[in-house]
Design a protein around this ligand. Structure first.
Ligand code: MTE
Length: 344
């Protein structure tokens, strides 16, 4: 598999120092008519000067992409008493920002424009196949699943590996509830998740043939059973918009955002640690664990601070994104080095 497609005009990564300089260079190239190039570098840099977020989304009515949702009467769900805005320590990100600033590579790598390209993406009917090492494999119609689950609204901090951060009110149900339904066998240790692959509906797929589509991610079963781990089906009190991962996506708020896979069609229980899309294309930059840790720099930039959208103020990154109390115990045996939590 082709891991990286360097263009002649690209300067080597090693010559790139501050992240901002790098982003501005990309913006410049884009404005000159060049398209995005580096596989590993794209996730890292986004595609436009981040200071222009507010300007670029002005006037966007991203809600236009809300699907016609049979279980829509389940929204808004009851608010969690634990996972509140107060617990996040900052204000909820405005809805028009979260809905118009996305990473969803199957459509576009340009975060500000994903929402413009999801119209053809059909999110109904939708099935989620759950199988592998389980006693009770099942294929769920997503609306039947949603109706049968205890939906709750939880406000979580969200942190992308690119260093932008947000605070989002997701609606969903604990991943644990799904795990219990299918009854994993004792050999099962991991859960592999896969996004839908629809080149006809997802314009980014054929444009970027170097990615090992479909998008795939994985967790340990213990992680999926953690209280924080959510299968999200809505946001801001409504069904999930397509650009945010309709009809069902993962939210693991203590890990970098690339773990939070969107538009899931398959969930498989395995004995071996599954490969993930990002750990396959750039293993030295995006590991399996991907736990948020201010002390472990990404190979190309520091993770000590984060940039809260849309105003881009820099604030310190918190260990496990502020959720250490819930999740740190799971990683004690991984090794004393924080780096192992991220890259092993
Ligand atoms: N899931 C799929 N299928 N494709 C993607 O490109 N991007 C990931 C994650 N899930 C991605 C994905 C990354 S890098 C981030 S930061 C989050 O989705 C962004 O979620 P948001 O657009 O709802 O903020």
């Amino acid at each position: 598999m082709l891991i990286r497609r360097p263009k002649g005009w690209e300067i080597p990564e090693r010559e790139v120092t501050p992240e901002g300089v790098y982003m501005n260079r990309r913006e410049l190239l884009r404005s000159m008519g060049f398209t995005a190039a580096g596989v590993g570098s794209l996730l890292a840099t986004g595609s436009f000067a981040e200071a222009s977020v507010q300007q670029r989304i002005r006037g966007v009515d991203a809600a236009v992409n809300y699907p016609d949702w049979p279980a829509a009467d389940k929204y808004p769900a009851e608010s969690s008493e634990v996972f509140t805005e107060e617990l996040t320590g900052r204000g909820i990100t405005p809805q028009n920002v979260t809905l118009a600033y996305n990473n969803f590579y199957e459509f576009r790598t340009d975060k500000a424009n994903v929402w413009r390209h999801v119209e053809r993406f059909e999110t109904r009917p939708w099935e989620v196949e759950v199988g592998g090492l389980v006693d009770n494999p099942q294929t769920f119609d997503v609306d039947d699943l949603i109706r049968s689950m205890p939906l709750e609204e939880r406000v979580y901090r969200f942190r992308c590996v690119e260093a932008w951060a947000a605070t989002v009110p997701w609606t969903g149900f604990p991943f644990r509830a799904l795990v219990e339904r299918v009854q994993p066998q004792s050999r099962a240790k991991y859960i592999r998740m896969t996004t839908a692959l629809r080149p006809q509906q997802m314009i980014g797929v054929e444009e970027q043939p170097w990615y090992p589509w479909p998008y795939h991610e994985a967790l340990t079963i213990e992680e999926a059973m953690n209280d924080l781990c959510l299968l999200a089906t809505g946001v801001y009190g409504k069904p999930m918009p397509k650009q945010n991962g309709a009809p069902i996506r993962l939210i693991v708020p203590w890990k970098f955002g690339f773990k939070s896979i969107k538009s899931i069609v398959a969930i498989e229980f395995t004995e071996e640690q599954p490969k993930t899309l990002w750990s396959t294309v750039t293993p030295t930059e995006y590991g399996f664990w991907a736990n948020i840790n201010p002390e472990v720099a990404h190979p190309r930039w520091s993770q000590a601070t984060e940039r809260v959208i849309p105003n881009n103020q820099r604030v310190p990154t918190r260990l496990f994104n502020g959720y250490a109390e819930w999740v740190a115990d799971m990683y004690r045996d991984l090794g004393a080095e924080y780096g192992e939590w991220l890259y092993r």
